[in-house]
Ligand binder design. Structure first.
Ligand SMILES: C[S@@+](CC[C@H](N)C(=O)[O-])C[C@H]1O[C@@H](n2cnc3c(N)ncnc32)[C@H](O)[C@@H]1O
Length: 258
């Protein structure tokens, strides 16, 4: 995760202090370290155990190794039987459209998520986004807030992920959640629309539609110079002396137009 993502995750966890949290997709335990530090009990899901993810390192974490699409519904059933509620979930496991959709629908279908903050990683990615777009959010009455661009991801310029869209957090709140007013979807352009437009423009070779930052700074400087020049003229003696002439000229123009 990038520094901004880690900061957002940390901020949410610090403000919530979850009693029960779930992480789907643990890998080397980077995000789990944060979730575990601020939660009382955590359930972690991953296909396999990474060497650095040990029970000693994560004393308050119960590990579930295997496919989340099989293991998560089983855990949710057990938690529901025990009338346990889940405060926080990070969805960062199966990144296929089908997989993301499935994890979220399983979570939302459970009575354990009546008042839950769900953070979804990599929401700028096309496949993740496709999964999210397929979910009938309105079918889940408890869902009070959905924003796929809560934190916008990145289009990579170079390296292994060159020209790929990754990162970003989506935020879903059920019930009271963080205590914010209930809103469905933020009414702004979605990040993929903007990135797609950029990629299409770059393919056509006409990316440079707007001035560079250097040009903006230069133009700003020019405007300031012109303002100073105009102010000096208006304050000058000759300008004040010729004011009656300009007023007479305006009056004559008006009379001629009649
Ligand atoms: C991007 S990594 C998670 C990174 C981690 N959340 C972090 O930020 O440190 C995604 C993880 O999801 C796991 N994963 C993929 N499909 C899964 C599935 N169906 N069930 C459980 N875990 C899965 C992968 O094995 C991988 O370790």
């Amino acid at each position: 995760m990038t520094l901004d993502e880690r900061a957002a995750l940390e901020a949410i966890l610090v403000s919530m202090k979850p009693s029960v949290a779930i992480e789907i997709g643990t890998a080397g335990g980077g995000s789990l370290a944060r979730i575990s530090r601020h939660s009382t009990a955590v359930h972690s899901f991953d296909l396999a155990q990474h060497l650095e993810v040990t029970a000693e390192r994560f004393g308050n974490v119960t590990f579930h190794f295997g496919d989340s699409h099989e293991l998560l519904p089983a855990l949710l059933d057990r938690l529901a039987e025990a009338e346990t509620t889940i405060d926080f979930v990070l969805v960062d496991g199966d990144h296929s459209a089908h997989g993301v959709r499935r994890d979220l629908e399983d979570l939302l279908a459970s009575p354990c998520t009546e008042s839950t903050v769900i953070l979804i990683h990599d929401t700028l990615n096309e496949r993740v986004r496709a999964g999210l777009e397929q979910i009938e959010w309105n079918a889940f009455e408890k869902v009070s807030f959905v924003d796929f661009d809560f934190l916008t991801g990145r289009l990579f310029r170079d390296g292994a992920f060159r020209d790929e869209l990754w990162g970003g957090f989506g935020l879903v709140i059920t019930g009271g959640g963080l205590g914010e007013p209930a809103i469905m979807r933020v009414d702004s352009y979605e990040a993929p629309e903007i990135f797609d437009a950029f990629l299409a423009a770059r393919t056509r070779g006409d990316v440079s539609g707007r001035p560079t930052y250097h040009e903006i700074a230069h133009l700003e400087h020019q405007v300031a110079e012109l303002r100073r020049y105009v102010t000096a003229i208006v304050r000058s003696r000759s300008w004040r002396l010729t004011t009656p002439l300009r007023q007479a000229d305006k009056l004559a123009q008006r009379i001629l137009r009649r």
